[in-house]
Design a protein around this ligand. Structure first.
Ligand code: 8YV
Length: 312
């Protein structure tokens, strides 16, 4: 398979890069000095490896006449033009399941960090302030109502974890799920009205862009908090900044942002937010399992076997 050109779109963990390098003719897109060089290599490219930040848009797909497969180092596929792939018969794979636990764990971590003010308390101890008085009181998590937008693999894993904290759980999804013991709300506003903690766990599509808008934030209210481990574009970020600064929303813990890696600076000055750098699945164990899936899908495709995790 050494002669098969695989275009890697941006830097990714070295384990993945090395495993691809061992098997294929790896072309690093971000290292190509200019478009003319890219155009010279394009006839050799039969596969693209993208991730949650850099995928494959229609222009790139059209630029690669020999493209057969896009193997994404992510479960989310919002950066890939799936319609174009279907149209051109290009296969697409992602990395589901292996990252579910880590992302769900992080959602719980974000809830605890926000409500129990973990980072601030840590800074309080490090700065030596404890000697002069106790840290402020915080907010209890156990027993709070948790509303989940999107009850797929990750949403369900968050629900299971929240059950262990004795939280009543409800959810919104396009349709009610049969055989699920959680309360269904047919609109996100209704879900927010009935939740102390609203968690975004759906995939990003045209339908779910800005699914958390001003109306939803107002329904969640000054005592409610928003947790986002989905995509930045699920939340109207400008409306979020306004709701937080005007005290209409109780707080937010965010792993994702609309213009990553740019985060609205006004958020840096707020105490009722927790900000992470899109690290939902970033553990050594999970990143390696995701990488193995990316490579496994490419190997399966180029040896004529069934794809491990096909999407298109
Ligand atoms: C990853 C993600 O961190 O899988 C996704 O869709 O957003 C994250 O789990 C990301 O893929 C790494 O690029």
């Amino acid at each position: 398979m050494e002669s098969i050109g695989v275009l890697m779109m941006c830097p990714m963990p070295s384990y993945l890069e090395n495993e691809l390098q061992k098997r294929f003719n790896l072309v690093r897109f971000w290292n190509l000095p200019e478009k003319s060089i890219f155009l010279k290599t394009r006839d050799s490219i039969r596969a693209v490896v993208g991730n949650a930040s850099t995928g494959a848009d229609a222009e790139l797909i059209n630029d690669l006449p020999k493209l057969e497969i896009i193997s994404s180092f992510s479960v989310g596929l919002d950066k890939i033009d799936l319609r174009k792939c279907k149209e051109k018969g290009i296969r697409v794979t992602n990395t589901p399941d292996v990252l579910t636990e880590d992302v769900a764990d992080l959602a719980i971590g974000l809830i605890l960090a926000l409500l129990r003010r973990l980072s601030e308390c840590d800074s309080y101890v490090r700065s030596g302030k404890w000697k002069y008085g106790d840290f402020q009181l915080t907010t209890k998590f156990s027993g709070k109502s948790v509303g989940i937008i999107g009850l797929g693999r990750i949403g369900t894993a968050i629900a299971k974890r929240s059950e262990a904290f004795s939280c009543p759980i409800s959810y919104y999804s396009r349709t009610e799920k049969p055989d699920v013991g959680y309360k269904y709300h047919p609109t996100v506003v209704e879900l927010a009205q009935n939740s102390d903690i609203l968690v975004v766990a759906c995939s990003l599509t045209d339908e779910t862009r800005h699914i958390v808008n001003r109306q939803v934030m107002d329904a969640l209210g000054a005592n409610g908090v928003l947790i986002n481990i989905g995509r930045g574009a699920h939340v109207d970020e400008q409306a979020l900044v306004k709701a937080l600064t005007e005290g209409r929303l109780g707080g937010a813990a965010l792993d994702v942002f609309e213009q990553e890696p740019h985060v609205p600076e006004v958020l840096f000055r707020l105490e009722n937010v927790v900000l992470l750098s899109h690290v939902g699945s970033d553990t050594v164990e999970t990143v390696n399992a995701m990488a193995d899936l990316v490579v496994g899908n490419l190997e399966a495709h180029f040896s004529g076997k069934s794809l491990l995790t096909p999407v298109v």
